[in-house]
Ligand binder design. Structure first.
Ligand code: SF4
Ligand code: SF4
Length: 440
């Protein structure tokens, strides 16, 4: 099989701005004075606190859990004292209980963190450990990994795809991870293959990261069952259905899941977290975050979960110019924040600052029926029609036009010459359709 320049139908070439940070090795951010750790950082049920105000905690200590299967444990990222159990908005806009911990600066770890070889694990034990260690998808969706790795018996997974595409402009956290933690990624892939009982894995990397492709290929020399698949740089190549299509030519049916075509897709940062959890006994309490855009020194930082974004901006020399918008994530799928105290959570791969003078308030014009939004839509939808019905509150028509298949990539809004709020209005339609289905 030719594993070069693979791609999917649709999508768009968009400016990348990755040069701001792609050559910057990851720096460890000093641990913050206070962390705000939300108990709902994942898809599924929120956790309940396991600690009370005044409790002394250590790094890696479990501070939140849930009995629900679709949930994932939460751990302390510092050692110190629990100051408050409050409520905050997470970067994705979810209102969540939050454990506020004052850091004692001692960096004391829990004693149970110890190394263990893969051969001592049974498959079921890997799955339950992933939940216990708080492992969730770190590419954005934050779906609990133990759930993804537990497909029903009739869904045999024969291909694991590691998503190293990182197609979102500006973000280079996964790029640096692939360069700096290559060994851990390869051993993490082997853990995931054992958990899924899968013989074959591909790591998909866009061709704008030749150094990462080289590093992974070198590390994989001699491995027959794990290969690098080189992807054409195109947005949104990192969407899981698009990466499956590009690498395997399998099409996930409308409304279906990757397991329907025998695949599981896991982000490269998640694979590193799986490696650390299973082989090193380390829960997920820190991650790499790209801090970029209008800051004085854009960087890639290793950040404790719960660190307020203002600490990251300060570590990057502060704002360059007057800030207009602060986004957690990238410009296409990220979410604008209203509070500098908002904490980094497990799914936060970037902080992008846009200066006030960079933000264009372009006039929305009538649709000229150019069809560009249809050409770029990776989900093969007709964004102009869905959006038009959504703007008229006609959500049943949006449903008929398969609005739920929209992956919210924003490519349609980006390409639209009339600057129509396509992705934004389709997102609203999705929310309304889902709410209606839940009621009925
Ligand atoms: S309709 Fe949805 S999936 Fe299609 S381009 Fe727009 S945002 Fe992306
Ligand atoms: S890209 Fe914009 S102007 Fe062109 S058809 Fe779609 S909505 Fe209309």
């Amino acid at each position: 099989m030719d594993l070069g320049k693979l791609t999917f139908k649709g999508g768009a070439s968009i400016p990348e701005f990755k040069e701001l940070t792609s050559k910057n090795p990851v720096e460890v951010l000093k641990s913050p004075k206070i962390v705000y750790i939300p108990l709902h950082q994942h898809s599924g049920s929120p956790c309940e606190p396991l600690v009370n105000v005044g409790d002394v905690v250590k790094i890696g200590q479990k501070i939140g859990s849930s009995n629900a299967f679709v949930s994932s444990s939460i751990h302390s990222s510092v050692s110190g004292v629990v100051k408050e159990i409050s409520t905050i908005y997470t970067p994705t806009g979810i209102k969540s209980k939050c454990v506020v911990i004052e850091n004692d600066g001692m960096d004391e770890m829990i004693e149970s963190i110890k190394e263990r070889s893969l051969e001592y694990y049974k498959r079921e034990e890997i799955i339950s450990t992933l939940k216990e260690m708080g492992i969730v998808g770190m590419g954005g969706a934050s779906f609990p990994t133990h759930v993804k790795f537990s497909p029903p018996e009739d869904k045999k997974i024969d291909i694991l795809i590691i998503n190293g595409a990182e197609c979102e402009p500006y973000i280079t956290a996964d790029h640096r991870l692939m360069l700096e933690n290559t060994k851990d990624i390869v051993s993490g892939i082997k853990v995931a293959m054992k958990a899924l009982n899968t013989e074959k894995a591909y790591i998909g990397i866009e061709d704008n990261k030749p150094d990462a492709i080289e590093a992974m290929k070198k590390e994989l020399a001699g491995e027959k069952n794990i290969e690098v698949a080189i992807l054409k740089t195109k947005y949104p190549q990192g969407d899981e259905k698009r990466i499956i299509d590009a690498i395997t030519n399998r099409k996930v049916p409308l409304g279906g899941l990757p397991m329907d075509v025998g695949c599981v897709v896991s982000n490269v940062a998640t694979i590193k977290a799986i490696n650390d959890a299973i082989l090193k006994g380390k829960p997920l309490y820190e991650r790499i975050v790209t801090v970029t855009g209008s800051v004085n020194n854009p960087k890639n930082l290793l950040v404790r979960i719960g660190t307020p974004i203002e600490d990251l901006i300060e570590a990057c020399g502060g704002f360059k110019g007057k800030p207009g918008k602060i986004i957690i994530g990238g410009p296409m799928m990220g979410i604008a924040q209203f509070d500098l105290k908002t904490p980094i959570v497990k799914g936060s791969n970037g902080v992008l600052v846009q200066a006030l003078d960079e933000i264009k308030n372009e006039e929305v014009l009538p649709c000229i029926k150019c069809g560009k939004c249809i050409d770029v839509c990776p989900s093969r939808l007709e964004p102009l029609f869905i959006s038009s019905y959504s703007l008229k509150d006609n959500y049943s028509k949006c449903d008929e036009l398969n609005a739920l298949a929209c992956v919210e990539c924003g490519a349609c809004s980006y390409i639209c010459p009339a600057k129509r709020p396509l992705a934004e209005s389709i997102k609203i339609a999705k929310r309304e359709i889902t709410a209606k289905r839940k009621k009925s």
